[in-house]
Design a protein around this ligand. Structure first.
Ligand code: ATP
Length: 194
């Protein structure tokens, strides 16, 4: 059987316990053998001085997942054309790893608008979808052709976002409980998001 690899993309600015919990749920589903975290460059129009650089975000991801050998951090999107469309990344990865079966890992909120993703039908020809359940989101209106490729994964969302962490830090509030200890230390030592 070919190796089953989950792809989980984001800007991770910074990576937090919500992401860690999600990665664990994808892996614990046993639908995949490994998970690659795809670090997306922030589009130039969104990059401002409060946000962390690609290298800082990569470093924080390495710290957050360093004890889990099923997880690796993939930075291929840094060198691919921008914006980083999933279809383009997938085509590139499939060319490089022909014997692998890819599963795109997304939340149920993203499933609701998956039909708006660039070339979503082509994406479904190349991989299947692992979708983390969210109690507050419905998938009733999602097309059948998309649902045929979906595997649901049980998940209890942790209420946190990178946006809220950045604004808590810039307001001088504590974020220690929202990040792994090493990521927290790295942010403080490097004065990120101040
Ligand atoms: P931002 O607040 O900067 O938009 P974010 O916290 O949503 O960031 P992303 O890097 O955009 O983080 O997240 C990558 C993926 O993780 C996205 O698909 C997003 O929906 C999902 N995600 C982020 N936070 C959570 C959470 N707390 N629970 C479940 N899924 C999450």
């Amino acid at each position: 059987m070919s190796k089953r690899i989950g792809l989980f993309g984001g800007t991770f600015d910074p990576v937090h316990y919500g992401h860690v919990a999600l990665v664990n749920s994808f892996l614990e589903s046993h639908k995949i053998d490994e998970l690659w975290v795809l670090l997306t460059p922030v589009p130039p129009h969104k990059q401002d001085k409060e946000h962390a650089s690609f290298d800082d975000r990569k470093h924080m991801l390495n710290l957050a997942f360093k004890n889990d050998n099923r997880v690796s951090i993939n930075t291929v999107e840094r060198d691919l054309p921008k914006p980083s469309y999933t279809i383009r990344t997938l085509r590139h990865l499939l060319k490089e790893h022909q014997s692998v079966k890819f599963y795109l890992c997304i939340g149920e909120d993203s499933l609701a608008n998956f039909d708006k993703w660039k070339d979503h039908r082509d994406i479904l020809d190349m991989c299947e979808l692992l979708v983390a359940e969210r109690p507050d989101v419905s998938h009733e209106h999602v097309d059948k052709e998309i649902m045929n490729k979906v595997h649901f994964v049980e998940h209890k969302p942790v209420e946190v976002s990178s946006t809220s962490i950045r604004s808590l830090i810039s307001d001088g509030k504590s974020v220690k409980h929202l990040l792994t200890p090493e990521v927290y230390k790295y942010i403080m030592a490097n004065n990120l998001y101040q």
